[in-house]
Design a protein around this ligand. Structure first.
Ligand SMILES: [Zn+2]
Length: 147
């Protein structure tokens, strides 16, 4: 038996135990599709002990939709090497902004997929522009080699 395996899990409260037991697996929650077509494919959680990302299989989720298209996702992950439960609550807004809650209860915000959602036609235009640029670059490189 390794030393790690004898360390008790630091799951403190009955609520923690319940949360892990009743939590959903990633497949039951994701992907979440937002009104603009953006997809939330998962939420990764880092171990509060060692900072390493906790594998998907050791993470359970609680998912609520308090108002339509606003998702509150609580992720609970158990780090096998620290034997520690980490918890993180994120809120995904309908436009793709990501918010998360600090220990004191305040919500902070960051850009999620992008600051503003890119409509599909814009994305399409960007892809075409990138493709044209690539073709031009290849042609120039080829010409230079022929010289
Ligand atoms: Zn850890």
């Amino acid at each position: 038996m390794t030393r790690e395996a004898t360390k008790p899990f630091r799951i403190a409260t009955e609520e923690d135990r319940e949360a892990v037991r009743d939590g959903l697996e990633a497949e039951a929650v994701f992907p979440i599709t937002l009104p603009e077509g953006q997809k939330v494919t998962g939420v990764e959680i880092g171990c509060e002990g060692c900072g390493e990302p906790i594998p998907k299989n050791d993470t359970r989720f609680r998912h609520q939709e308090p108002v339509p298209d606003t998702h509150v996702i609580e992720a609970l992950g158990v780090c096998r090497s620290c034997r520690l439960l980490s918890r993180s609550t994120r809120r995904v807004m309908p436009d793709g902004r990501l918010q998360w809650q600090l220990d004191n209860g305040t919500w902070v915000e960051s850009t999620f997929l992008q600051a503003r959602p890119i409509p599909w036609w814009d994305l399409d235009r960007q892809i075409r522009r990138a493709a044209r640029r690539l073709v031009r670059w290849c042609a120039r490189a080829l010409l230079q080699r022929l010289r």
